[in-house]
Design a binder for this molecule. Structure first.
Ligand code: NAI
Length: 347
């Protein structure tokens, strides 16, 4: 069955359960004002249906903001499957979701996210063409989505150095990278090539060793990486890393990383400003992935996508200028990014 409700400014929320395939999923559509809702499909072992719904809503709204700020003509949406990605996947499951997406008639376009792969998108493709990241697509080839996310963050780090020190030079600069996954590892490569010193941490020791041998990175414990004295701290693992406990321990000048929802609460942006730490708003600088997806949908090339990712620098400089131009304490960078985005959305 499928329930359709509209509330709190969201355009549509579908909660569905299909006994035949075992599918339990949620599709949240925040906005389609600027274009069809774009946002990947996450598969996770949510503790409850409520937890899955609130994650889908938060992620869908996040996608609206990310696309609007990156000037991409799409709205925000997200699909969430309740289940264990290691054990609960089947062709039937994804085809069932595909049929539901097909019924939405192009209002929502899905893609890969945490817990899903191109092979899963290939199953969805058998039922609907409103899917990206299928095998052989621009985003799926050679990890291009993650690579461009890393490239965008790298550019944002340079822009932030310029803002803080007057020079975007990475030589003699130290960057602490938390998380060496698809994005974090690629980010280390860009930084190393530009002469930065690296400090790294990951739960997976193999990745830490690889970063040490390939980039001369200095490994530290996972619970110590945010405390390092450095120029830039780059969170590239989980969200909520900037909170009441971690902020007093920071010894960096700049925070710029790929992780989504880095601030545990919006007010933490003010604490960072008070500590004289420059914060590059997460959704402004990790838009590389969605820029690639939009390019894929429009049939654009990889080099076009790359040139669009480079515009992150201009967007971030605009955010910093807006923040710096306001009375101290009234508009830290994350609030400035929100203000610029809301204006574009007319909300
Ligand atoms: P991933 O799953 O490939 O890598 C995450 C890495 O973080 C893993 O190696 C994991 O072991 C490590 N990790 C987890 N907890 C940790 C901890 N407490 N301390 C240190 N390391 C820890 O994920 P991916 O794709 O690299 O994404 C990283 C972040 O960037 C996520 O927050 C994701 O939502 C965000 N992001 C990713 C995009 C993409 O294109 N892949 C696009 C936009 C945002």
């Amino acid at each position: 069955h499928s329930v359709n409700a509209s509330f709190e400014g969201f355009e549509r929320l579908d909660v569905m359960e299909d006994a035949a395939s075992g599918l339990k999923a949620i599709i949240a559509i925040d906005q389609t004002k600027l274009g069809p809702a774009l946002g990947g499909c996450r598969m996770w072992m949510y503790a409850s249906e409520e937890a899955a719904i609130s994650d889908a809503l938060r992620l869908a709204r996040g996608m609206t903001y990310k696309s609007a700020l990156a000037d991409i003509p799409y709205g925000g949406g997200k699909a969430v499957i309740i289940g264990n990605p290691a054990t609960d996947k089947s062709s039937k499951l994804f085809r069932s979701l595909g049929r539901i997406i097909e019924r939405l008639n192009g209002r929502y376009i899905t893609g890969m996210d945490l817990g899903t792969t191109s092979a899963d998108m290939d199953e969805i493709l058998r039922e609907t063409r409103h899917v990206t990241d299928v095998t052989g697509s621009l985003g799926a080839t050679g990890n291009f989505t993650a690579e461009m996310t890393a490239y965008g963050v790298y550019i944002a780090i340079r822009t932030s150095l310029k803002q803080k020190y007057g020079s975007e030079q990475l030589q003699q600069r130290t960057v602490a990278v938390q998380g060496l996954g698809k994005v974090g590892f690629a980010l280390c490569r860009y930084l190393h090539q530009s002469g930065a010193q690296l400090i790294v941490a990951d739960l997976d020791n193999r990745l830490v060793q690889l970063a040490a041998s390939q980039f001369g990175a200095a490994p530290v414990a996972v619970d110590a990486v945010h405390k390092q004295r450095c120029d830039v701290f780059a969170p590239c693992a989980l969200g909520d890393i900037l909170n009441d406990l971690t902020i007093p321990e920071l010894q960096c000048q700049i925070i710029a990383g790929a992780a989504n929802n880095q601030l545990a609460d919006p007010r933490h942006d003010v604490l960072l400003e008070q500590a004289d730490i420059l914060y590059a708003p997460d959704y402004a600088i990790n838009a590389g992935g969605i820029i690639v997806t939009a390019a894929e949908l429009n049939g654009s090339s990889a080099s076009y996508a790359r040139s669009q990712v480079e515009r992150i620098s201009h967007t971030l400089a605009q955010i910093y200028a807006r923040s710096a131009g306001s009375t101290p304490g009234t508009l830290p960078p994350a609030a400035a990014a929100d203000a610029i985005t809301r204006k574009r959305l007319g909300i």
